[in-house]
Every structure is written in C-alpha cells, then in structure tokens.
Design a protein around this ligand. Structure first.
Ligand code: HEC
Ligand code: HEC
Length: 201
C-alpha cells in the first residue's frame, strides 16, 4: 500500500517540522524578550540628561539634570553648531574645561532634529518612539545594528557622558544610570536579538 506509506511519511515529516517550528519560535520569542529587556536598559541611558540634553526637539540644547534651556540663548543653527559669533566650538573645546565648567568633546554640536528623543515640551519620547527613531536608517545616518553598537562603543560625544567634568559651581556632573561597559553590553544584546522595538506608542 504505497499510498498509506507515503501518507505516514508525510505526517511524520509534518510532525517533525511542527516540533522544530515550535522550538524555533520559542527560541525566537525568548531572544526577542531578552532583546526588549536589553533595549529598556539602553533607553534608560538615552533619556538621561547627559545624552538627551543634546537630542532635543527645540532650537536649543539643554543643561543640567533639570534639562533647562542653555545659557546665553545659544541656538541650534543650521547644522547644530550654533550661529556665527555663537558657535558651540567657540566655548566648547576638545576636552572639559573644569576651571570654567564648560564641558568639551570632539566636534561638540547638537544632534539633528530627526534624532530628537523629546517632544517640543521637553518631555522624553516613549521607549517605543525612541526605539523607532534610532533604528530608522532614514533618520539615523544610515546606521545598522553593528553601526549603532560601534557608535555607543566609540563615539566621542557618547563617551563624554561618562566623563562629563565639573559644572561651573565646581560640582561633578552626574553620570548615566549604567556604566559605559554595561551600556555597551546591553546594546550588544539588543543588536544580537535583531534590534527589536516595543509595540505601540
Ligand atoms: C557662550 C559659550 C557657550 C556656547 C556658544 C555654547 N555653550 Fe554649551 N555650555 C556652556 C557652558 C558654560 C556650559 C555649562 C553650563 C552648566 O553646566 O551649568 C554649557 C553646557 C552645555 C551642555 C550641557 C551638558 C550637560 O549635560 O549638562 C550642552 C549639551 C551644551 N552646552 C551644548 C551646546 C551646543 C550644542 C552648543 C552650540 C549649538 C553650545 N553648547 C554653545 C557654554 C556655551
Ligand atoms: C554634545 C552633544 C551630544 C551628546 C552629549 C550626545 N550626543 Fe548623540 N549625537 C549627537 C550628534 C551631533 C549626533 C549626530 C551625529 C553627527 O552629526 O555626527 C548624534 C547621534 C547619535 C546617535 C545616532 C543614531 C540616532 O539616530 O540617534 C546615537 C545612537 C547617539 N547619538 C547616542 C548618544 C548617547 C547614547 C549619548 C549619551 C551617552 C549621546 N548620544 C550624547 C550629539 C550628542
């Protein structure tokens, strides 16, 4: 009875592939869940003052842990570098100037508006919104997952956040909620899971 035998073989194959399918799905949703958990850690750093003060939705940078508007009416300017006579680089040097309290880092300027992580009332965007921004290659200077990881590992303005220097009153600036090492490790877990983003708003 070749028909029955073929039928048995087919159902055995179906059974095996169903089992494999379930295992693969279980593995996928597991690593997606881990990736999403890692993303929440990444997000907690992105919306902390040392980062988000440069990723504004307005025409000015912010300062301090209360994220108030930058002194001297400093404005974004056409390329995020200020305007003639009030360029970022006229005050911000390559390194922190602790005697005056002006922070510094290579190519100090404001992130472009398409990389904003706040609304125009200075409220941080949701985890889902920031995740969509940072993974949108039309809005992130065309960075893929490994490109984002490298940015978090090596970019001077990112690393500055863990060496932010003294404020004009002499107090040390506060640090992001994770160490740089933990932040890079969380980014790596998120990237390895395929940069999943939370659903919804
Ligand atoms: C007139 C000098 C001056 C200019 C021009 C200037 N800054 Fe600043 N900036 C300062 C000083 C001083 C501080 C420190 C203020 C403080 O910590 O209270 C500061 C602090 C900051 C901080 C705060 C860091 C933090 O996390 O608290 C950011 C961000 C910043 N500036 C961005 C910019 C950008 C971007 C530009 C150009 C668009 C710019 N600044 C132009 C003087 C200047
Ligand atoms: C002094 C301003 C400044 C600070 C502080 C800063 N950034 Fe940025 N960030 C920028 C600018 C400017 C760009 C755009 C890249 C460019 O033009 O070179 C950018 C781009 C990025 C991007 C590219 C992808 C995207 O779509 O947003 C990431 C990721 C990023 N920043 C992460 C961080 C993190 C994490 C921190 C804090 C640990 C941080 N930034 C602090 C100015 C800043």
């Amino acid at each position: 009875m070749p028909g029955i035998r073929a039928g048995l073989v087919v159902s055995a194959v179906v059974a095996v592939s169903l089992t494999v399918g379930v295992l693969v799905n279980a593995h996928d949703s597991n690593s997606t869940a881990q990736g999403l958990a890692a993303w929440e850690q990444v997000y907690s750093v992105l919306i902390s003052p040392r980062c988000i003060n440069c990723h504004t939705a307005t025409n000015y940078p912010q300062q301090g842990d209360d994220r108030h508007r930058h002194v001297a009416n400093v404005v974004r300017g056409p390329e995020g570098k200020g305007v003639p006579g009030l360029n970022c680089a006229s005050c911000h040097q390559e390194t922190n100037a602790d005697s005056t309290g002006v922070p510094g880092g290579h190519n100090w300027h404001l992130a472009p508006l398409e990389m904003r992580w706040q609304d125009t009332n200075d409220r941080p965007l949701s985890s889902a919104d920031v995740c969509r921004q940072i993974t949108d290659r039309k809005r992130n200077h065309n960075l893929d997952g490994p490109g984002l990881l490298k940015h978090h590992e090596e970019e001077a303005l990112v690393k500055w956040a863990w060496n932010p220097g003294r404020r004009p009153d002499g107090a040390m600036r506060t640090l992001p909620p994770l160490t740089h090492e933990q932040f890079v490790a969380a980014t790596r877990r998120w990237v390895e899971a395929g940069t999943p983003c939370p659903q919804g708003k």
